[in-house]
Write a protein that binds this ligand. Structure first.
Ligand code: PMP
Length: 344
């Protein structure tokens, strides 16, 4: 019989899938690493597992302890599913702008969710930051993973995501592309792939090029933190989980281009993924186009791996909703008559 002892054992070992349609006209092999097949539905399961196990080893998290983290999404799910198995209580702090659906997902896994008002300054006692700090100090046995500064985030990708990509491509990957949020994915995976390929000869592709993709306006691509709508990526500060020495290049992509590609991935590649995935793929395609213009022979040999962090299920009322898309000008005013209109 083949079975796992617990769902949390199934984190990682995600597949690579070739992109076939959105890559029309490009000679490089472009492979998507599909992270939504992780048990919690995103790449964040990897960091959750590693951060919790490291905290157990260091003694920061003891039996019966409480995990407190300001998170509204994927990291919360990953932490909750690992915590459930190990008997920890989870308390997540979410600003009230986070959708009811997202909070309900966390509660479904048994986590407690504390909702804070968005419209107060950071130093206000009711702010997201103040409330999570107070909970950590006042709850007995509380531990805060702090994914933005926790070295076990990048370490989890160095130990799993990087080796998986290297093994699944038989060491032939030439470029790694990923969106940058906390920076953990690009830092850990990129560092591993650099190390693995450091002695590879030019004929075999040389050292892997690591390319970070950033929403237009975010700090990684030289912006000032100006608002953008794509979720989970971009920052208005420099997190410690990010090592700016790892990416060889950063490409900035607009919300409009990110969302258009997100929709194409669902419609043309049957990959229902989130907005940061569309952003990363758009960046990977721009990279492939440039390689082809610069050096067609090298482009034909290129193996570009692009990481898709999560599923599109969490964005049905936004990116996959025509009304929402139109309200921001991402879709033409009226898509025209529906089948029902025609047959009425
Ligand atoms: N996409 C989504 C949807 C995310 O939640 C995150 C994590 N914030 C990222 C991309 C970026 O990953 P990382 O934090 O490792 O840079």
């Amino acid at each position: 019989m083949k079975y796992a002892q617990h769902i949390s054992e199934l984190v990682g070992d995600t597949p690579l899938v070739r992109l076939n349609t959105v890559t029309a006209g490009l000679s490089a092999t472009i492979l998507a690493k599909v992270e939504y097949v992780n048990p919690g539905g995103s790449a964040k399961d990897r960091i959750a597992l590693r951060m919790i196990e490291a905290a157990e080893e260091s003694g920061e998290l003891r039996p019966g302890g409480t995990i407190v983290e300001p998170t509204s999404g994927n990291t919360g799910v990953g932490l909750a599913l690992v915590a459930q198995r190990k008997g920890y209580r989870c308390v997540f702090v979410c600003p009230d702008k986070v959708s009811e659906d997202k909070r309900d997902v966390l509660r479904a896994y048994g986590a407690e969710v504390v909702v804070t008002p968005t419209a107060v300054p950071p130093d206000h006692p009711d702010s997201y930051y103040s409330v999570s700090d107070r909970l950590v100090t006042e709850i007995e046995g509380a531990w805060k993973p702090n994914q933005y500064a926790n070295v076990n985030g990048p370490a989890s990708h160095y130990a799993s995501t990087g080796p998986e990509i290297w093994a699944d491509t038989d060491g032939r990957v030439t470029h790694f592309v990923a969106g940058v949020g906390t920076g953990g994915t690009i830092t850990g995976t990129g560092r591993y792939l650099h190390d693995a390929s450091v002695d590879r000869g030019a004929a075999e592709g040389g050292r892997v090029q690591v390319v970070g993709i950033d929403p237009l306006g975010s700090v990684y691509s030289g912006g000032d933190g100006r608002p953008y709508l794509v979720e989970g990526v971009g920052e208005d500060f420099w997190p410690a989980a990010y090592d700016p020495a790892v990416p060889d290049e950063i490409i900035a992509v607009s919300d409009a281009d990110s969302f258009a590609m997100t929709r194409r991935l669902a419609r043309e590649e049957a990959l229902l993924v989130g907005g940061s995935c569309g952003m990363a793929v758009e960046g990977a395609l721009r990279l492939a186009r440039r390689l082809q213009d610069e050096d067609p022979e090298a482009a034909a040999r290129a193996v570009i791996v692009v990481l898709l962090p999560d599923s599109g299920r969490g964005y049905l009322s936004k990116i996959f909703n025509d009304r929402w898309m139109r309200s921001y000008g991402f879709l033409d005013a009226d898509a025209g008559a529906t089948v029902a209109d025609v047959l009425r």
